[in-house]
Ligand binder design. Structure first.
Ligand code: FPP
Ligand code: MG
Length: 266
């Protein structure tokens, strides 16, 4: 090895060491304060990220999956008990076939990787809960999602609500329909309450609490029909400019510190 290449590899090693130290110090600082119970992400900006880098759209989604892994690791090391992510809106079926097929392929393969032994969810004791109209997916994707849920059903440390194919209005409409169905079957005469509807939401299946923090990446300021019922008057909503595939600890840090400051000042 030449002197120059050995100097470069030493410099890279030093940089990585320094970066790891900074990361673990930031995580330790955050862990010393109050931790939100439920954080949700609208993972937006994958295609713009890909276009800017001159990549194919699907590569933006693949890099988005890598970012999902990275963010889940951070959430897990902060001991956040519930994480919800918007992975595919019902509306996304209207996108070009090539892109939808690519996302289906990613869902089928990459998710199982996360859930099998040695995968991130298995390692961190996270249960996968799919939230949405999975019956709209191709049978092989439905089977992979069911298998991923089955593989993680005995994990109790945390929950990942994977929302796909999802829309909040659809979830609420289904919850109302089920509530009315049960009320009719039971011949119930009392009025239907908020709690009845909430009991039939798909996030309630795993006892998800209301959202503490909702983050949307990529500079777009819209809720896009995501977890509307699960937000309440205490939910902190953040729109940040980072494209989802670039999302990391340094984007989360100010949001988490802001959350801690608000909790302390209550
Ligand atoms: C939104 O960015 C992103 C999506 C519609 C897909 C999200 C998927 C991932 C993050 C990968 C994880 C995937 C699975 C299947 C678990 P966009 O496509 O709207 O990008 P744009 O806003 O720049 O157009
Ligand atoms: Mg978008």
């Amino acid at each position: 090895m030449s002197f120059l290449s050995s100097a470069f590899s030493s410099a890279n090693w030093l940089r990585d060491q320094l970066f790891d130290r900074i990361n673990s110090t930031c995580l330790a600082v955050l862990r010393a304060g109050p931790i939100p119970q439920h954080v949700a992400f609208v993972m937006d900006g994958n295609r713009r990220y890909a276009r800017i880098k001159g990549m194919k759209v699907i590569q933006g989604h693949v890099d988005g999956f890598v970012a999902l892994r990275r963010v889940l690791e951070i959430c897990s090391s902060l001991d956040i008990k519930f994480v919800s992510v918007y992975a595919f809106a019902i509306d996304n079926f209207k996108r070009p076939k090539e892109e939808v097929d690519g996302l289906m392929h990613l869902a089928e393969n990459a998710l199982l990787d996360l859930c099998t032994r040695g995968g991130l969810l298995a390692e961190h004791g996270v249960r996968l809960n799919t939230v949405g109209r999975t019956d709209l997916f191709p049978p092989e994707v439905q089977a992979a999602l069911a298998k991923a849920e089955e593989l993680t059903k005995d994990n109790h440390r945390a929950v990942l609500n994977l929302c796909m194919p999802y829309s909040s209005r659809d979830e609420i409409a289904m919850a109302v329909e089920e509530t009315v169905h049960v009320a009719l079957l039971e011949g119930r005469t009392e009025p239907i309450t908020e709690k009845d509807i909430e009991d039939h939401l798909m996030t309630t299946k795993v006892n998800s609490p209301p959202l503490d923090i909702l983050i949307r990446t990529s500079g777009v300021k819209r809720l896009s029909d995501f977890l509307l019922w699960q937000c309440n008057d205490n939910t902190q909503i953040h729109f940040i400019d980072t494209f989802w595939p670039d999302m990391g600890l340094f984007d989360l840090l100010p949001i988490m510190l802001g959350y801690q400051r608000k909790v302390w000042s209550q």
